[in-house]
Ligand binder design. Structure first.
Ligand SMILES: C[S@@+](CC[C@H](N)C(=O)[O-])C[C@H]1O[C@@H](n2cnc3c(N)ncnc32)[C@H](O)[C@@H]1O
Length: 289
C-alpha cells in the first residue's frame, strides 16, 4: 500500500528542510517542535531549560500520591515548594493533578523562570503556582517560611562533571549546563537540599527528590541516618535503580543540627556514592507511605 502524502508548497518544503537540518545537527526534537509531554500535560519547551524527562515522572507520581492520599488537606491548600523548577514541569503537573496544592517554584536561572511562567499560563494553573528566581531556598529565607511547607520537592542537577564528556552531545551541546552539572560527585545541590530542607518543612511534612543513576541507595542511607526523618522510601525505575526518594520530616530533634546530620566528610561521600551496588534496590517498591 502506498500512502499519498500532501504536496508541499515551496515555502513549506524550505521550512521542512530547515527543520531536518537542525535535527541532523543534533538539536533535540523537543527544542525543534517547542513541545514536550510530561505527566500527560503538554509543555512549551526551549533551550531556556532542561527538557522534561520520563524518569522525572517517578518523582512527580510519588509526590502526587503523597498530596492526594497521605497528607491531610488543609484550608487554603497544601503549600508545596519545587526547587530547581526549570520549565516548571513538576510545579505545574502537581498544581494540575493535585488540586489541594499551592505551589512555589524556584530556579537560579531567570530564563528558566520565564519559560515556567509561560507553562503555568498555558496549562491554566497560574493562579496556584508562583515562580521566583534565586539560589535554592534563598527567596524564602525569612522567618515566615520557616517550617512552612507541607512538601518540598526537587529535581536537582546531579551529574558529576567528570562524566560530562561521556554524555550524549545532544544534551551537552544544547541543554543548559546549569541543569545537569551537579558539582563534585554530582551531589553539591543534593547535599545542600538535605542540609537546608528541615528549616523550611512543617513537622510531618515531606521531602521528595530525584537522584542520578548510582546515587539512590547512598542518598537513602544518608536520609535514613538523619533522626529528623522517618518513612524514607525509594522509588525505582524499570531497571530497579532508585531514582526518587521521599522521607517524612518528624520535626527538630534536640541535639541534631542540620550540619551534623547531612554533611559528611569527602571520604564518606565517596564511599557512599561510588558504591557500585548503590544504584540498585531490587526490592524497593513504589509508595507504601
Ligand atoms: C535537572 S534540572 C530540573 C528541571 C525541572 N525541574 C525538571 O524536572 O526537568 C535542574 C534545574 O536546577 C536549576 N538550578 C541549578 N542550581 C540551582 C540552585 N543553586 N538553585 C536553584 N536552581 C538551581 C537549573 O537552572 C535547572 O533548571
Amino acid at each position: 500500500m502506498t500512502l499519498d502524502l500532501p504536496v508541499l508548497a515551496a515555502e513549506s518544503r524550505q521550512k521542512l528542510g530547515e527543520l531536518l537540518r537542525l535535527r541532523e545537527d543534533g538539536v533535540p526534537l523537543a527544542y525543534i517542535t517547542g513541545r514536550q509531554e510530561f505527566m500527560s500535560l503538554e509543555y512549551a519547551c526551549s533551550s531556556q531549560a532542561l527538557i522534561p524527562r520520563k524518569e522525572t515522572e517517578i518523582l512527580g507520581n510519588a509526590v502526587c500520591d503523597l498530596l492526594n492520599r497521605a497528607i491531610p488537606p488543609v484550608e487554603g491548600g497544601l503549600q508545596v515548594l519545587d526547587l530547581c523548577t526549570g520549565s516548571g514541569n513538576l510545579a505545574c503537573a502537581i498544581a494540575v493533578h493535585c488540586p489541594v496544592s499551592v505551589v512555589f517554584g524556584v530556579d537560579i536561572s531567570q530564563e528558566a523562570i520565564d519559560l515556567a511562567a509561560v507553562n503555568a499560563k498555558q496549562l491554566g494553573c497560574a493562579d496556584r503556582v508562583r515562580f521566583s528566581c534565586g539560589d535554592l531556598f534563598e527567596p524564602f529565607d525569612s522567618k515566615g517560611f520557616h517550617h512552612f511547607f507541607a512538601l518540598i520537592m526537587c529535581n536537582p542537577p546531579y551529574i558529576d562533571p567528570s562524566k560530562l564528556s561521556s554524555m550524549s552531545p545532544e544534551i551537552i551541546a544544547h541543554e543548559p549546563r546549569l541543569a545537569f552539572d551537579g558539582g563534585p560527585l554530582g551531589v553539591r545541590v543534593l547535599l545542600r537540599l538535605l542540609h537546608e530542607a528541615p528549616r523550611f518543612l512543617k513537622p510531618g511534612g515531606w521531602l521528595a527528590f530525584e537522584v542520578g543513576l548510582g546515587q539512590g541507595n547512598g542518598m537513602m542511607r544518608r536520609l535514613s541516618r538523619d533522626a529528623r526523618f522517618a518513612k524514607v522510601n525509594g522509588f525505582p525505575d524499570e531497571a530497579g535503580n532508585v531514582r526518587a526518594i521521599v522521607g517524612q520530616f518528624r520535626g527538630d530533634v534536640p541535639g541534631t543540627s542540620s550540619g551534623e546530620a547531612a554533611v559528611d566528610s569527602e571520604a564518606e561521600k565517596k564511599t557512599v556514592l561510588t558504591d557500585p551496588k548503590s544504584s540498585r534496590v531490587g526490592q524497593a517498591k513504589p509508595s507504601n507511605v
